[in-house]
Design a protein around this ligand. Structure first.
Ligand code: AMP
Length: 280
């Protein structure tokens, strides 16, 4: 079994990167790893010769009111999990390495960042696309792995890669869920036992909409109402949005006539959770 190499500075990364067997895959994360992250690492291990994992809690994708300081961290445990999963190289840059004091260049993707997560989290995707560009430039992978859990993020990254001719293949992996259906997320650790139970409304409402769709319903408003109704039955849940959108453009649909994304953001107490299902 290979030993996981750990680097922090750009020079350390470049030295290590220059002798990695090709092709190289990158799995960008914010750490506090769970089976969702590890599914990306394992997939990468099957597809590329070297798997680089970055752990960086990117301050520019958090709003001032977000949970940046509280975001869970456990680097030692993460490194042990990555070693077990077969990753080759772990890069943990500091905020100063990614954003030196004179930093002034941003990557901004336009239309596709406007609805859904972009509408609720102004500036979020600008932070994501900027950091992902920096990670891509630093690591120069042939492939990069992202989870369908953050469906809007995947759509934005794919748009950016196309628009900027980045020579990187974006690979997307399905959502990994707990046994009871809750999508795995580092933020699930914030939930108290009552909120954890109540959090099942996300996957339940998506499942109800999906099964209604599979029975032949094609009216998007009906599916949105079904999801809203189930979420509103849970007193601990506060709905931020539900959506039934065109999978490619993320524009809201009225009639579902092609591949669609049903998605939502729901607060349980102070914790904001997202989830989604693709309707093929
Ligand atoms: P994060 O650390 O939250 O930035 O996530 C890093 C990567 O893991 C992103 O591409 C996420 O979409 C992906 N990811 C997070 N949770 C899951 C999950 N439950 N299933 C699949 N992928 C996930």
């Amino acid at each position: 079994m290979n030993v996981l190499q750990k680097v922090t500075t750009l020079n350390e990364l470049w030295d290590a990167r220059s002798i990695l067997p090709e092709p190289v895959g990158l799995v960008p994360t914010m750490g506090f790893l769970h089976e969702g992250h590890l599914s990306l690492v394992k997939r990468a291990c099957e597809e590329v010769a070297s798997v680089v994992v970055s752990i960086f809690i990117n301050p520019t994708q958090f709003a001032p009111t977000d949970d940046l300081e509280a975001y869970p961290r456990n680097l030692e445990r993460d490194a042990a999990l990555l070693q077990e999963s077969g990753a080759t190289l772990l890069w943990t840059p500091t905020p100063e390495i990614i954003y030196p004091p004179d930093f002034q260049t941003w990557v901004d993707v336009e239309e596709i960042t406007k609805p859904l997560e972009g509408a609720k989290r102004p500036g979020h995707f600008r932070g994501v696309t900027t950091v992902v560009t920096k990670l891509f430039n630093a690591v120069q992978p042939q492939k990069a792995y992202f989870g369908q859990k953050d469906a809007h993020q995947v759509a934005v990254i794919c748009q950016m890669v196309r628009d900027l001719n980045m020579p990187i293949e974006i690979v997307t992996n399905p959502i990994i869920r707990e046994r009871d259906g809750l999508a795995m997320s580092s933020r699930n650790t914030y939930l108290n036992p009552e909120e954890r139970r109540a959090a099942l409304v996300l996957s339940k409402s998506l499942a109800a909409a999906q099964s209604t769709y599979e029975k032949g319903e094609r009216d998007a408003t009906t599916l949105r109402r079904i999801m809203e109704k189930i979420i509103n039955t849970e007193p601990l849940a506060r709905l931020e949005y539900v959506s039934c959108a065109d999978y490619d453009t993320l524009e809201e649909m009225s009639i579902i006539s092609k591949k669609a994304l049903i998605s939502m953001a729901v607060y349980l107490g102070k914790t904001r959770l997202i989830d989604n299902v693709v309707l093929e």
